[in-house]
Design a protein around this ligand. Structure first.
Ligand SMILES: C[S@@+](CC[C@H](N)C(=O)[O-])C[C@H]1O[C@@H](n2cnc3c(N)ncnc32)[C@H](O)[C@@H]1O
Length: 252
């Protein structure tokens, strides 16, 4: 469990996201394309399902990237702080939050290994698509548990059993960590970090993580009801094992 992917892995992640997330248009695409927008909102709504009273709570969105998750969270929480160790991503996130007119969220450059926030400083921690990018996932979970007043982390992590994600992990070097990421890995990590309970459910079969030109076509919007119906059906079958995301709720 005490995995350490090393300094080189960490620097590679930072450099990758400095480049990958330097583009405001990419962030805007995620909230403008109808099918992608559905995904960005749905994945967070599912993650927050077990939380009550979020409108009066603060939330840390760690590994916030271009601020898309921070933006969606700002619709649910009273106050959101987005943190990411890529200064390029944070620059884009600031521009993105301004473009979206968000006034209850801010973003900061910060590393999960040496968090700039005191213990118990936010109610809840959220992350999406983050843990498999960290060099020391257990240390990340331990640090995050401490900053949450409720000792609670919710969010979505990649499922390495998904054919789409597994292909992505083999093709893209910065995604290699996702090959480790599955229900057992996430549960073991959360328990080792001191959480008492971990609830996990599956979501998503569509290739949302990729910006494939054909799905960037707005004319595909009429397909959304069909996409939703197929996804809702598949998670009720044993095929859920192959879903792209594991929606989790870890509590102390
Ligand atoms: C795949 S992106 C996810 C972005 C966002 N959560 C989303 O789902 O749109 C992973 C992010 O984690 C960040 N990250 C990786 N290791 C980190 C660390 N040690 N501390 C803070 N951020 C980190 C990367 O810079 C990157 O922006």
């Amino acid at each position: 469990m005490n995995q350490d992917r090393g300094q080189e892995f960490k620097e590679f992640q930072r450099e990758t996201y400095d480049n990958l997330y330097s583009d405001l248009d990419f962030a805007l695409y995620k909230v403008q394309h109808p099918i992608r927008t559905y995904f960005e909102h749905e994945v967070i709504s599912l993650a927050l399902e077990g939380l009550e009273g979020t409108a009066e709570m603060s939330c840390l969105d760690v590994g916030c990237g271009q601020g898309v998750t921070t933006y969606v969270l700002s619709k649910h929480f009273e106050r959101v702080i987005g943190v990411d160790f890529s200064s390029g991503a944070i620059k884009t996130a600031r521009e993105f939050l301004t473009a979206m007119g968000v006034s209850n969220a801010c973003v900061l450059v910060g590393d999960v290994d040496s968090l700039c926030l005191p213990d118990n400083s936010v109610d809840v921690v959220h992350f999406k698509d983050f843990l498999h990018h960290t060099a020391q996932p257990l240390r990340a979970m331990e640090n995050l548990r401490r900053v949450s007043r409720q000792g609670r982390i919710v969010g979505a992590e990649v499922n390495g059993h998904s054919p789409i994600m597994s292909l992505f992990g083999r093709i893209a070097k910065h995604e290699r960590g996702l090959l480790d990421s599955n229900r057992k890995w996430l549960t073991d990590l959360a328990l080792a970090a001191g959480f008492k309970a971990v609830d996990i459910k599956e979501f998503s079969f569509y290739p949302y993580p990729m910006r494939i030109p054909v799905i960037g076509d707005r004319r595909l919007a009429p397909l959304l009801p069909a996409v939703r119906a197929v996804e809702a059906l598949l998670v009720k079958t044993p095929l859920r094992r192959y879903a792209n995301y594991l929606i989790f709720d870890a509590s102390s």
